[in-house]
Design a protein around this ligand. Structure first.
Ligand code: BG6
Length: 478
């Protein structure tokens, strides 16, 4: 619907920005930290763009005060960052590594001293290698008590100072990349195992949320889901059905579990028919149903148009574009279920991510109607080539992307969605897991590249000053 007048953003709206430990910190073995699965995976030849790794990243571990000072100048209301599990428990469990905990404690104090609300992601993909070695990490249910113990340590250490917690970042992404595409650790291609691992992650998520509520930690907790809303390419009922399939298997399959504690029926039928069904143990269903997130975190980058894909001879999983050459990504699909096709109604980035601001509104409306839960946008942003010119970066394309998405969120709020915050991806430029430093997202340019020998100088881009004004006017000037 069109609104004659849009509702304003709530007065306490969290205008934020986000990052993740491995992508910014560096210092992988400092102050007692031991390896995470990413510290090792990046050393396998051919796994990352030009062999980039996070050994230095953008050196946030040593420069966090400088980074927070720039946040203050920007006027950020909140900052979402993740904790590296192996800084807190170098072996995944056992004795707490106090210097590791102190790093995050100091960061939180620094944020609070500058009136910035910390939003803490408990897990953004960097599993301690020790747990991978001991029991194959997510493949074993042993991860449940170890994860809960880790999360409880953070809850107790930071309670009262941290009000917003993200349990898992993009469970749908790390499980698919790790066990279907082999592009993230542990680099496997095993569809059945993927569904089993994913079920364990659901149990972890539920157990952590329950622990948070049992301990009466003041604040709110929820998972962050990478939601790519599915459309049909046209009104052909076969294509509409394909889009419904994609929505059921790639969206509701996670969000229904988070918000309603049940797996969607069509998805379960598909798994059973294809011998992909995971083991459910006694008590699992009850655990999933008993957990109630306070909000749903949504990472939104793009939508997806879908078409019919025949069971015989249909398109399979294809190559992702990690080259930055527009049009180099292959078609993706599951025969008999769906295939993703190019949407002629929208433009795309150099990495073939479809630019669709209205998609974030559609996403928010679907979530509001289906789950009636508040949403925190935990990521949204544009990855592009940025080039500094005389100590300035003119990223008008990023301003256009962000501004149109914020406007669309305002429209969703006017439609009735409850949105508590907006975190751009990302605060500074950082290491893209698979794309090195050529694909940049930050408000702040960092002089770092694939040689990993940059000066690490920080340069606020034009988008930094644009966002400063957005925050100052509480979203009235976009
Ligand atoms: C999200 C992740 O999937 O997208 C981030 O939570 C990631 O960690 C971001 O960096 C952008 O992805 P990419 O591949 O463009 O760096």
């Amino acid at each position: 619907m069109e609104h004659r007048v849009l509702k304003g953003f709530p007065a306490d709206f969290l205008w934020g920005s986000a990052s993740a430990a491995y992508q910014i910190e560096g210092a992988p073995f400092e102050d007692g930290k031991k390896a995470s699965v990413w510290d090792n995976f990046v050393r396998i030849p051919g796994k990352t763009f030009k062999g980039t790794n996070g050994d230095v990243a953008v050196d946030h571990y040593h420069r966090y005060k400088e980074d927070v000072a720039l946040m203050k100048e920007l006027g950020l209301k909140s900052y979402r960052f993740s904790v590296a599990w192996s800084r807190i428990f170098p072996d995944g469990k056992g004795k707490v590594n106090e210097p590791g905990l102190k790093f995050y404690s100091d960061l939180i104090d620094e944020l609070i001293a500058n009136n910035i609300e910390p939003v803490v992601t408990i897990y953004h993909w960097d599993l301690p290698q020790a747990l991978e070695d001991e029991y194959h990490g997510w493949e074993s249910r042993q991860i449940i008590p170890d994860f809960v113990n880790y999360a409880e340590t953070l809850f107790n250490a930071f309670k009262g100072r941290v009000k917003y917690w993200i349990s898992l970042n993009e469970q749908n992404v790390f499980t698919q990349h790790g066990w279907v595409l082999a592009t993230h650790p542990p680099g496997k291609k095993d569809m059945k195992l993927f569904y089993q691992v994913n079920h364990h992650a659901n149990l972890v998520n539920a157990a952590v949320i329950n622990k948070f509520h049992e301990l009466n930690i003041p604040g709110e907790i929820g998972p962050s889901f990478a939601y790519t809303p599915n459309y049909s390419i046209d009104s052909n009922p076969k294509n509409v059905l394909a889009a419904e399939n994609a929505e059921e298997i790639f969206a509701n399959f996670w969000m229904d579990v988070y918000c309603q504690g049940v797996y969607p029926i069509v998805a379960l039928t598909y798994l059973k028919e294809n011998n992909l069904m995971f083991d459910m143990e006694e008590g699992d269903e009850e655990l999933l149903k008993s957990a109630h997130p306070n909000f749903l975190g949504i990472n939104y980058y793009q939508s997806s148009a879908n078409a019919w894909n025949p069971i015989n001879g249909g398109v399979q999983i294809g190559e992702m574009n990690t080259t930055g050459v527009k049009g180099s990504g292959g078609e993706q699909g599951i025969p008999g279920v769906y295939k993703k096709v190019s949407n002629p109604a929208v433009d795309r980035t150099n990495w073939d991510w479809e630019i669709d601001p209205m998609g974030i509104r559609i996403a928010l409306r679907r979530i509001t109607s289906r789950y009636r839960i508040p949403v925190m946008i935990t990521e949204n942003g544009l990855g592009e080539y940025d080039k500094p010119e005389e100590s300035q970066v003119h990223d008008d394309y990023r301003i256009a992307y962000l501004s149109s998405h914020v406007k669309s969120i305002q429209e969703a709020i006017s439609d009735g969605a409850s949105v508590i915050g907006y975190h751009t991806w990302s605060y500074t430029d950082l290491l893209s897991w698979l794309n090195g430093y050529q694909k940049r997202y930050g408000f702040i340019y960092v002089d770092q590249d694939e040689t990993m020998e940059g000066s690490l100088k920080r340069i606020p881009k034009d988008s930094y000053y644009w966002y400063q004004n957005v925050i100052k006017t509480n979203g009235q000037e976009l």
